[in-house]
Design a protein around this ligand. Structure first.
Ligand code: HEC
Length: 105
């Protein structure tokens, strides 16, 4: 039988790996550039929508960070939304999900 403390510890590790803590400033600048140029090529340069839906706080309202993070990491099968897992860590995808939910200028 698994020990509850072990289960709690692995849950903690899991949530830590999905948190945006510990991303250096230099990498944050790269991620914002990726967001503008790569994501912007489909979602619009100002993220107000294009081939992909707007990545704005209004459109993302009610969508949990974990859901958006998973969309970024794994893409959406059957749609043009590609998986970014080869290029982004879990923490980086979560950080981007937080940025678009808060609104990026
Ligand atoms: C090749 C075009 C393309 C690129 C590049 C792209 N997306 Fe998408 N994205 C889409 C499409 C199309 C959808 C809508 C999928 C659907 O129909 O559910 C989508 C959906 C999403 C969603 C879900 C939005 C919602 O309202 O549920 C998020 C979040 C997202 N993209 C983030 C990103 C991020 C962040 C990047 C860059 C790292 C990115 N996308 C790059 C095409 C793209």
């Amino acid at each position: 039988m698994r020990h509850p403390v072990l289960i709690a510890a692995s849950l903690l590790l899991l949530s830590h790996s999905l948190s945006a803590a510990g991303i250096p400033d230099s990498r944050r600048a790269e991620l914002l550039s990726l967001l503008k140029h790569d994501c912007g090529s489909c979602h619009g340069l100002s993220l107000k929508g294009g081939l992909g839906p707007p990545l704005t706080p209004a459109n993302l309202q009610g969508k949990p960070i974990d859901f958006l993070t998973a969309t970024i990491l794994y893409g959406r099968t059957g749609t043009p939304m590609p998986p970014w897992r080869p290029f982004l860590s879990n923490a980086e995808a979560a950080w981007l999900a937080e940025r678009i939910k808060e609104g990026v200028q």
